[in-house]
Ligand binder design. Structure first.
Ligand code: ADP
Ligand code: MG
Length: 472
């Protein structure tokens, strides 16, 4: 179906033409007409299938039609995605779009909100800040879209999202994601009325154009192996995902030390740095983006050749989104997931979710033979180079304590304590605890001193008087 066959305003048709979009993707074909008719939507289609335009086109059309200057709200889980959706809306020809997200000053965003934007794209946290301080009124918002809806409605965001939704006079609400489940849908059922459900090819969750593979490696082999692998393949850009943010500097440094231009992206960076890294990668300034799941949802980077999972993600849905950074907009791509002894449980969970066994690739002998040649620079892991975020505080408090205890046990004391020299390891036995027997006098109750049996009473007024008379 061509965009021309969908009844839209002239300016939208022209803009789509100038962007080179003629044919609507299946999700756009299925979801734009009911959205234009004002229906609520539950829309599920694979990664990279054009869901952003599927919800932006009806929003723009509705805005152009109305004379009241109504506005719409799109909620998304990450700052990067908010910025990307805003850019896509501007590309479509919308003006006056406000992007609201954390990590940047309030003033500029407040100003954007004051100008009655046609569209607000926001992360829930910062939007709630503005709502609580009564900086904005949401009474003009009639349409709400939850992009990456399953993420927006999981434990981490649900309360915030519901608090926001309760304040809006919603006329139309839509959920969009590549991985939608009933749990997510039901959690906002109270806000929906008779939604149209659109599931494009639901039988296969991952995109069919991604060639997936899995490799089994020992934990210490992972970093040198993947460095040699990426060098040998020489097919960039590559996104490498890690489950933890603390190892990211080490992976990026190792790749760089071995001749691959790499940068890390995670929540430990300042927002300005995060923006710079992602823009740099989009512009092709370096070859490998080493990231946490902050980059797994929604981010579109042209023509990513390979996605590497440095470990198997704990959430199976995240696997779908991570590998979905490749093979977008009709292109092809590959994914390679590394499974070490720490990942077996996750692999089992993942494959039963996908209902698919990821094909196993054998480690290449010529690379295994060269693992020792890989330079692994020492980075200061787990040190205070990272900004401590509010949510991580308790973890940071726990770590040094555990590490100290372990280190102490393994290092012998330089100056043995005065009493008793350092005992040799083999002589270490459980110390004998001397039983202390409390010496309690065994008085028979009758002969016990009175003070023990009864509490000494304060003499009454009359006894004190009597005493006085006797003395006198
Ligand atoms: P999704 O949200 O489904 O993962 P996006 O909306 O990010 O995917 O779209 C992926 C890419 O496809 C974007 O670069 C977008 O500009 C492009 N795209 C969207 N619609 C079309 C279309 N009808 N024809 C060609 N490319 C499209
Ligand atoms: Mg998307």
């Amino acid at each position: 179906m061509l965009f021309e066959d969908i009844p839209l305003r002239e300016e939208i048709h022209n803009q789509l033409k100038s962007l080179g979009f003629q044919e609507a993707t299946p999700i756009q074909r299925e979801s734009i007409p009911p959205a234009l008719a004002g229906k609520d939507l539950i829309a599920c289609a694979k990664t990279g299938s054009g869901k952003t335009l599927a919800f932006l086109i009806p929003i723009y059309e509705k805005f152009l039609k109305s004379n009241e200057g109504i506005s719409a709200l799109v909620l998304a889980p990450t700052r990067e995605l908010v910025i990307q959706i805003k850019d896509e809306a501007l590309r479509l020809g919308m003006e006056n779009v406000a992007a609201i997200y954390g990590g940047e000053g309030y003033e500029k965003q407040k100003l954007a909100l004051k100008q009655n934007p046609a569209l607000i794209v926001a992360t829930p946290g910062r939007l709630l800040d503005f709502l609580r301080s009564q900086t904005i009124s949401v009474q003009r918002i009639k349409t709400v879209v939850l992009d990456e809806a399953d993420r927006m409605l999981d434990m981490g965001f649900l309360d915030d999202v519901k608090t926001i939704l309760r304040q809006i006079p919603i006329e139309q609400i839509s959920l969009f994601s590549a991985t939608l489940n009933y749990e997510a849908m039901y959690s906002v059922w109270e806000f929906m009325k008779d939604p149209v459900e659109i599931f494009v090819n639901p039988e296969q969750i991952t995109h069919e154009k991604i060639q997936q593979s899995l490799i089994h490696l020992a934990r210490e082999e992972k970093l040198p192996y993947i460095t040699l692998y990426l060098k040998e393949e020489n097919q960039f850009p590559v996104i490498l995902f890690s489950n933890t943010k603390h190892i990211i500097p080490q992976i990026a440094a190792t790749l760089r030390a071995n001749g691959i231009a790499a940068e890390g992206l995670s929540s430990v960076l300042s927002q300005a740095k995060r923006k710079k890294v992602l823009e740099g990668f989009k512009q092709g300034k370096f070859q490998v983006l080493v990231a946490t799941d902050v980059a797994s949802r929604g981010i579109h980077i042209d023509d990513v050749k390979l996605v590497v999972n440095f470990d198997i993600p704990q959430d199976p849905e995240n696997y779908v989104h991570r590998i979905g950074r490749t093979a977008r907009a009709g292109k092809e791509g590959r994914s390679l997931s590394i499974c070490s002894e720490a990942d077996y449980m996750e692999l089992e969970k993942l494959e039963s979710y996908l209902k698919y066994k990821i094909p196993v690739e054998q480690p290449r002998d010529e690379l295994l033979a060269k693992l020792n040649e890989v330079t692994i620079p020492k980075t200061r892991l787990n040190q205070k180079t990272h900004r401590t975020r509010h949510t991580d505080r308790h973890k940071h408090k726990m770590k040094p304590y555990k590490q100290k205890a372990r280190v102490k046990a393994s290092i012998p004391r330089k100056h043995p304590r005065k009493r008793g020299a350092v005992r040799k390891k083999e002589n270490r036995t459980t110390p004998q605890v001397k039983k202390q027997v409390l010496q309690v006098p065994a008085y028979p109750a009758a002969t016990m001193p009175r003070t023990v049996l009864t509490k000494a009473k304060k003499p009454s007024f009359f006894t004190r008087l009597k005493k006085l008379f006797r003395k006198s």
